[in-house]
Design a protein. Structure first.
Lengths: 523, 523
């Protein structure tokens, strides 16, 4: 039975490949193809939902193995990374919930995206995202969770940049992806550490092995995973990317940042409960970061005037609360909070366009007098705590500055120093100069300077050449020039005589004999 | 052992035959078709070699061994092992791709161009298969003349002559230490075998691998060889030729230069195994140079406004990562490194060809002339993005398993360098996506872009095979890995083998060598 778990992520993946491939080759395209795309998508996700619910029922009656091992994905010496799916417990329950939410959102999108330019693209991404998220949740192995994690990130990038011809959208997408990339670094580091210390990246092995780990090692491992979770679930200081992510179409916002992807971080922490329990410091970090995010998001949310922004700061505040719960050890509460919040937030974001529609024409509610009277507090809220500006100032600016310096060094120091740099385009200032060049007058040429070079090697060669030239010219050509010619003639005559001598038969025979003897003796 | 069918010689000679046959084909169109046929057959021959290769056997296979210059003991010795086998079909595939991509771009001296391309293919395959050091050096230097003419005559930049000169000078500069290193190896063997200089010189790699060498000598040889290969790889600070060449050379040639990493191959094949002690001693040097190259080039890439220069710097940065992986000296890292070399052919080559397609349409790769390419050219954008994702190392593409393995291996050997690699990975996402944002997304700014045509059928044909390989190897990388595993295991074992000093080891090893010699004769 457990073997069927693979259908849950596989069927949306196949749908993604099908929709993407058919659209790439223009087999389904435009409005006429919308039906086909919608059918493929809904069928695939329905298969996932049915499988997940069926397995969940089996799991409730205890008739299911907890995991299924499909084989090794990658083997390198002692390192083996298995493809293994968990088919039970929290993972399966969450997979069922997520697949249900995905089904609802996909059905919603079929109407919502009707006649949009990127209809097929949208469904390709949504299918791929569904596969990635379900893989993330079900994988029994950190590497495959990471694969889902990263592909979901790429999908999020694509959907933020959905309206790619708007510069703001593409800029926000890049920003969100690069921010997430920092968290991915944490995830990869954690995988590497787990493989180095525990020789396995299976979730179960990591959790079981955590007890044997050194205290510091366990903390480092837990913090690496926590970094990944903070970035994905938009905790301080990564929160600003979430607000930027609202550029995508509404259903995608609902499923990515309301329902599913945003909860991946907290899911990761809950999954690693035994590891975190071995690392009290990491638990503290969870609680503190979660609390900070909650306060920050609440404060910023107070002054938001558009519906999606206010929703999204509420989301990060709730996620902060979940991190606090994990940090304090209320794991079950955090898990329930996750599930409940996913449903509610997904619904709220899906209905946000209708809410706007219904409340049109009503005046905007002023901010609460408490905030309005506190000038600095209001400013902080409006400026979103200057968090993004601070990160820019601390990280992005220095790196850009460094990049500028490196480029300068490369172009002005390293390249010329090694010689033969690319010359700047030599501008010709006047028509006369151009004519001169055409005629071959070469008035400005420096080529009579014997040899020219640039850079260290080039200059060295040039100087050596100049020195040798001087030596040759002064001493050999001028000094002994005439003598050398006379000497050469005399030598030539002597050589001629010698050769004539050699060419007499007896000398020739002797010479051949000597050569042969030398050759043989040498052997 | 000389096989009944000399497959490798056939791989080597077949393109040359094709190049000579071009003399007799006057018609340009038939010349192109003939070249395509030759290149296609070459691909099938190399695939036949791949099929004939037995991955379980660690040593050299498909051996061909004939005496060539008996006076110096130079032999015509060809063979492949798990490290080199994959480069043969890759070279053939990339050449085929470049021929197709440049189908209509070359307008003058068409047949000469085609002949040079075929000659270059033959010589490159020679570099990958030669086992005799002298033969290897010959092929190594013979790559220069075709490239000199290809860059100088058909370059797309205004400074193409200069770039051709720069490339040649750099390569000649690298060739000198390489030659010295090879001569020292041969002399060391003669000294060790106790014979005279011309008689006991041995240049055959399998024999030199078993010849013991004193530590001082090893260090000298290692540094000389490294110097030679570092220029070609290229590693900082010898990288100046690559960005210049990428800007000036025809894009097909840049694709070949970016895709086929002869320098890194040389390091893995010759520099490290021939001087194992020195390599182990100086691994920190390798690691540091690799790390510096990786970060330095990535930072410079952040500032690039030209796609081709960006690709050149990104390629240098990736070479740095591969060198870091090699310096870790464990199976995971080295497997990842070799797989990454394999990926370059697919990814860097294809990206450069796409840059060429853009160049052909718009006459420029500069950002000011791009912007909004996704609108008129969706297919080109999709494929570019796929290859770019592989370059970033996103799961689902072949870049991910390679980078994961390199990272895991490096984390075991040098934890701090692994962190540097993570930093470079974040930078990698930033520069690629930054360029995609400015060049491919956003509003269409130039009239030329709005009228640009999407991929033609021929161009689609060029890119679709590498695109499929990127995805297939990303999903199932084990195929490439198991091809190399046996060879690389033996490679590592020989690294950690206890060393024998020249003075103590005389009797034992000379006996072993004698038996090796007799084996060779029997075979």
């Amino acid at each position: 039975m457990a073997i069927w778990t693979v259908l849950i992520p596989l069927s949306p993946l196949l749908a993604a490949l099908l929709v993407g491939g058919l659209n790439f080759f223009h087999i389904i395209d435009g409005e006429s193809g919308e039906k086909a795309t919608a059918r493929i998508t809904l069928l695939a996700i329905s298969v996932s939902v049915a499988t997940a619910l069926g397995l969940l029922a089996c799991d409730q009656f205890g008739k299911l193995a907890t995991s299924y091992h499909y084989g090794d994905w990658l083997n390198s010496g002692k390192l083996a990374i298995a493809f293994k799916l968990t088919s039970g417990g929290f993972n399966l329950a969450l997979a069922s919930l997520f697949s249900l939410l995905l089904l609802i959102v996909m059905r919603f999108s079929v109407n919502y995206m009707h006649r949009e330019a990127g209809f097929h693209r949208f469904f390709f991404i949504l299918n791929l995202f569904a596969a990635a998220m379900l893989l993330l949740v079900l994988s029994g192995n950190a590497v495959f969770s990471f694969i889902g994690w990263e592909i979901a990130g790429v999908c999020s990038y694509w959907l933020i940049a959905y309206a790619y011809d708007r510069p703001v959208a593409s800029h926000n997408a890049t920003r969100a992806f690069v921010t997430n990339r920092v968290g991915d670094g944490g995830f990869i580091l954690a995988i590497g550490l787990a493989l180095a210390w525990l020789e396995s990246a299976d979730w179960r092995a990591i959790n079981n092995g955590a007890a044997d780990l050194d205290h510091g090692d366990a903390t480092l491992l837990a913090l690496s995973f926590a970094l990944a979770a903070f970035a994905k679930s938009a905790q301080v200081p990564f929160t600003p990317w979430l607000a930027r992510a609202m550029e995508g179409p509404t259903p995608s916002s609902a499923i990515f940042y309301g329902g599913v992807m945003i909860h991946a971080g907290i899911f990761l922490i809950i999954q690693l409960r035994p590891l975190f329990e071995q690392a009290p410091l990491a638990m503290w970090v969870l609680a503190v970061v979660g609390a900070l995010t909650t306060i920050y998001s609440y404060w910023v949310g107070l002054s938001q005037t558009d519906i999606k922004s206010s929703q999204i700061f509420a989301t990060s505040a709730q996620l902060g609360l979940m991190f606090v719960e994990c940090g304090l050890g209320f794991w079950t509460l955090a898990a329930w909070h996750l599930g409940a919040h996913a449903v509610v937030r997904c619904y709220l974001l899906l209905t946000s366009p209708s809410i706007l529609h219904n409340t049109r024409g009503r005046p905007t509610k002023p901010v609460s007098p408490m905030l309005a009277n506190c000038r600095w507090g209001f400013m902080v809220s409006l400026q979103r705590g200057w968090l993004e500006a601070a990160m820019d100032w601390m990280l992005v600016k220095p790196i850009q500055q460094l990049a500028r310096d490196m480029r300068y060094i490369d172009e002005h120091i390293v390249d010329p120093a090694l010689g033969a740099p690319a010359p700047a385009i030599k501008a010709i200032s006047s028509l006369v100069e151009w004519e001169e060049q055409k005629m071959g007058a070469n008035l400005t040429s420096e080529e009579d300077r014997f040899a020219q070079g640039s850079g260290l090697a080039g200059k060295l060669a040039e100087w050596t050449a100049a020195l040798l030239h001087w030596f040759e010219y002064r001493f050999i050509l001028r000094g002994i020039g005439r003598d050398s010619i006379r000497l050469g003639r005399r030598l030539g005559r002597a050589a001629n005589r010698f050769e004539l001598l050699l060419l007499r038969p007896r000398y020739l025979a002797l010479f051949v004999l000597i050569t042969l003897m030398v050759a043989l003796g040498y052997r | 052992m000389n096989d009944s069918l000399p497959l490798l010689s056939l791989c080597l000679v077949w393109p040359l035959v094709g190049a000579l046959a071009l003399i007799f084909v006057r018609d340009q169109r038939w010349a192109k078709r003939l070249t395509l046929l030759v290149a296609g057959l070459e691909l099938s021959i190399t695939i036949a070699a791949l099929v004939g290769f037995n991955p379980d056997h660690a040593g050299f296979q498909l051996l061909e061994d004939y005496s060539w210059i008996p006076g110096l003991n130079i032999r015509y010795q060809l063979g492949v092992d798990g490290i080199s086998i994959l480069f043969l079909p890759m070279t053939a595939l990339l050449t085929l791709m470049t021929l197709l991509a440049g189908w209509n771009t070359v307008q003058h001296l068409n047949r000469f161009h085609l002949a040079l391309m075929l000659a270059l293919e033959s010589v490159t395959i020679g570099v990958f298969t030669a086992l005799d050091m002298a033969l290897f050096f010959l092929f190594w230097e013979l790559t220069l003349p075709p490239l000199f003419f290809l860059i100088g005559l058909w370059g797309i930049g205004a400074e193409r002559r200069h770039a051709a000169m720069k490339y040649t000078l750099y390569m000649l500069f690298g060739g000198v230490p390489l030659l010295f290193g090879i001569v020292m190896l041969a002399i060391n063997h003669a000294r060790y075998a106790g014979g005279g200089i011309p008689d006991e010189l041995v240049l055959s790699l399998p024999i030199l691998l078993t010849t013991p060498m004193s530590d001082a000598m090893q260090t000298t040889v290692f540094l000389l060889l490294m110097m030679g290969f570092a220029v070609k790889a290229p590693l900082v600070p010898f990288h100046g030729w690559l960005p210049t060449t990428a800007m000036e050379a025809p894009t097909q040639i840049s694709a070949l230069l970016l895709g086929l990493k002869l320098g890194v191959y040389g390091i893995v094949r010759f520099a490290i195994p021939l001087a194992p002690n020195a390599a182990l001693q100086h691994r920190w040097l390798l690691a540091i140079i690799g790390a510096v190259t990786m970060v330095y080039a990535a930072l410079i890439a952040l500032r690039q406004t030209n796609l081709r220069r960006l690709l050149a710097y990104s390629s240098i940065s990736h070479v740095g990562l591969v060198i870091v992986g090699i310096s870790a000296f464990n199976l995971q890292a080295i497997q990842g490194a070799i797989m990454q070399l394999f990926n370059f052919t697919l990814v860097a080559g294809s990206l450069m060809l796409i840059a060429g397609m853009i160049q052909q349409r718009l006459g420029s790769n500069e950002l000011v002339h791009l912007g909004g390419l996704a609108k008129p050219m969706p297919r080109l954008t999709v494929l570019f993005f796929l290859f770019a994702l592989s370059g970033i190392g996103v799961p689902g593409t072949n870049g991910f398993p390679a980078e994961l393995l390199i990272f895991i291996g490096t984390l075991r050997a040098y934890p701090s360098l692994a962190l540097v690699a993570l930093f470079a990975a974040v930078l990698g996402a930033a520069y690629v996506l930054g360029f995609v944002r400015r060049g491919f997304w956003g509003p269409v700014a130039c009239a030329a872009v709005a009228q640009a045509q999407d991929l033609r059928a021929r161009e689609l044909m060029v890119l679709i095979l590498p695109a499929l390989l990127v995805v297939v190897l990303g999903v199932y990388p084990q195929w490439v890995l198991s091809l190399q595993e046996g060879t690389l295991n033996a490679w590592l074992q020989s690294m950690h083998r206890p060393t024998v000093m020249i003075t103590q080891a005389q009797p034992v090893v000379s006996k072993r060598l004698a038996s090796a010699e007799t084996n060779r004769h029997e075979e």
